[in-house]
Design a protein around this ligand. Structure first.
Ligand code: ZN
Length: 181
């Protein structure tokens, strides 16, 4: 007997429902074939598991207990909120730092404004391949102000893009999806 003929007979071999001839052949093959003997052990284990399907007893208040447990869990946080709180934190911290630096430096507001404007001018020039950027001759405070304002402008641009472009498209997409259902 070959393994391929033995394997399909193992279930009925265990049940003892094979013909006498098949029982003898299968038994002889298993005695000499380690692979089929191992498979027979696995079939025995599976059969044993199938015949001991105890249904676990649930306590009377099972549903109530699960629902109470679920309600006591904290609501899942949405990533969007974390991103916006991070942005708010950054902008607040940056402006506090900028104002503190301004206060400490004792520079007058128009002077700092002019320096920041000059800094932006240098930045624009360096982008267009002109002068060597804001570091050249620009006071540290102006450089810092330009940096903060640049990041703020970038954040504002991102926020505007999300609000005016992505949000309506997402809303339209979601509406079409819920219509399709
Ligand atoms: Zn075999």
């Amino acid at each position: 007997m070959r393994c391929s003929s033995c394997e399909p007979l193992l279930d009925r071999y265990l049940e003892g429902t094979l013909s006498p001839r098949e029982m003898i052949d299968t038994s002889a093959h298993i005695a000499t074939c380690a692979a089929c003997a191992r498979l027979l052990e696995e079939v025995k284990v599976i059969d044993a598991l199938l015949f001991t399907t105890d249904v676990p007893e649930l306590p009377n208040n099972f549903t109530f207990a699960v629902m109470a447990e679920t309600r006591s869990l904290p609501a899942p946080k949405r990533l969007q909120h974390r991103v916006w709180s991070f942005v708010t934190l950054y902008v607040t911290a940056a402006w506090i730092a900028a104002l503190a630096t301004f206060a400490v430096s004792g520079a007058s507001l128009p002077k700092v404004g002019a320096a920041i404007a000059a800094g932006f001018g240098n930045l624009a020039q360096s982008f267009s391949g002109g002068a060597s950027g804001i570091a050249q001759g620009a006071p540290a405070l102006a450089t810092f102000g330009v940096g903060v304002l640049s990041v703020d402008l970038a954040l504002a641009a991102v926020a505007a893009t999300v609000y005016f472009l992505i949000r309506p498209r997402l809303a339209a997409h979601l509406a079409s999806v819920s219509e399709a259902q």
